[in-house]
Write a protein of this length. Structure first.
Length: 67
């Protein structure tokens, strides 16, 4: 079967940078890295969606923290 996605996976650092650009406050980077090493981003993003102010632009509500 052919792979549907041919790109490379994002690194944990790239995912955390993206989340910060979207307005998520990450105070403890090492803790956030640990969480993403143990819980996939795909699973985590389902919970993060509820914290977004605008789902279309993927912007978090002001003051939203990873912690």
């Amino acid at each position: 079967m052919k792979a549907l996605y041919k790109g490379e996976a994002f690194s944990i650092d790239e995912i955390l940078e993206m989340l910060q650009r979207q307005g998520l406050i990450i105070e403890d980077h090492s803790r956030a890295e640990h969480v993403l090493q143990n819980v996939s981003y795909t699973r985590l993003k389902n919970y993060l969606t509820a914290l977004m102010e605008d789902r279309a632009s993927h912007k978090f509500r002001p003051g939203t923290t990873f912690e």
